[in-house]
Design a binder for this molecule. Structure first.
Ligand code: SF4
Length: 328
């Protein structure tokens, strides 16, 4: 079995010294003890720092984490190592649990690009034009936006959910690149995109990806649908992060270019050591702001508790439940 130092040495976003890894191991011990004391479960998003993923009970993408949060029964506390909207989602689907976000700076620029008041005004305007308008929101939205939505999607299930709707006219919020990807896959719907984007995926250019492919034509290129359409065109597969993990494990290919936030190729490098994961990625400052000390302090001081008022939580849960039902 490899040591934590050997495992973390395979990731390329950070270079940890042996002393730093020893500090991580001591923090892991403290966190495990606090987890027991608080009767907590730790869930972490794929993009989080690898030393945090190593102490999590469950690692996944937005959909997997939402489903996981919904199923938490025995634990009293969900320590949510993700960004704010994800912790809100955990509270929406499992309101009797205490949900903690270890660092309040862990927000999301994409979620912030769709304020609820602006969305409400847009819905009023479009409903005058389209009787059958359905509001489809990506899970990367605030609780208040989810409450205004008919149904929620993730990048793993967006096309399937949109295809299942009776409405032809769809306001798709907030990611315009994912909206265009869905429009390509479900051409009989009129998809009206909200003009938001994720600054991390938007920075990745087709020139960068083509340059890497030219040096290594055997690579399989995996692209996240939040990337620009001209980047998605270069992909062997356009996949959510959970789809990328499955694809990389199952395919016979041994070399992949992983085009999303850098945390995913770090996770793959640790979990699939016999394959090579090159980086066509960028870092998300919101996903990387939380440290292992923040996770320890969060359980120690029971901070920062995420709450969602009932008048928002109930309609937001309805929209999320419709997604769970549509993707069963
Ligand atoms: S990667 Fe983009 S969508 Fe994800 S948390 Fe960061 S800013 Fe938000």
């Amino acid at each position: 079995m490899s040591t934590l130092y050997e495992e973390l040495s395979r990731v390329s976003t950070y270079e940890y010294s042996e002393e730093e890894v020893r500090e991580f191991e001591a923090l892991h011990e403290e966190i495990r003890a606090l987890k027991k004391q608080r009767n907590a479960v730790i869930v972490a998003h794929n993009y989080y720092r690898p030393e945090i993923l190593k102490v999590a009970d469950f690692v996944g993408d937005s959909l997997e984490l939402a489903l996981m949060a919904q199923k938490v029964r025995d634990a009293d506390v969900i320590e949510f190592c993700g960004v704010n909207f994800m912790a809100e989602t955990a509270k929406i689907v499992n309101p009797s649990k205490t949900v903690l976000l270890p660092n309040l700076m862990a927000g999301c620029q994409l979620a912030d690009s769709a304020p609820a008041e602006d969305l409400a005004a847009k819905i009023d305007e479009l409903k005058k034009q389209y009787d059958d308008l359905a509001v489809v929101s990506y899970v990367n939205t605030t609780a208040a936006v989810k409450a205004l939505s008919d149904i929620i999607v993730t990048s793993a299930n967006a096309a399937k959910v949109v295809r299942s709707l009776d409405s032809r006219n769809i306001l798709f919020v907030p990611d315009r690149n994912l909206a265009r990807h869905v429009a390509d896959q479900v051409p009989d719907k009129n998809i009206i995109p909200w003009e938001g984007f994720c600054y991390v995926h938007q920075q990745i250019t087709p020139e960068e990806i083509a340059k890497i492919r030219a040096t290594d034509p055997e690579l399989e290129i995996l692209v996240h649908p939040e990337c620009r359409p001209d980047v998605a065109k270069l992909a062997d597969a356009v996949l959510s992060t959970s789809g990328m993990v499955r694809y990389a494990k199952e395919r016979p290919a041994s070399r992949f270019l992983v085009v999303t936030e850098c945390g995913l190729s770090d996770r793959l490098a640790m979990e699939v050591p016999d394959k090579t994961f090159l980086k066509g990625c960028k870092l998300c400052a919101f996903m990387k702001v939380t440290t292992l000390e923040d996770v320890r302090d969060s359980l120690l001081y029971m901070r920062y508790e995420i709450d969602v008022p009932e008048d928002v939580r109930v309609p937001a849960e309805r929209a999320l439940q419709r997604m769970f039902d549509a993707t069963e």
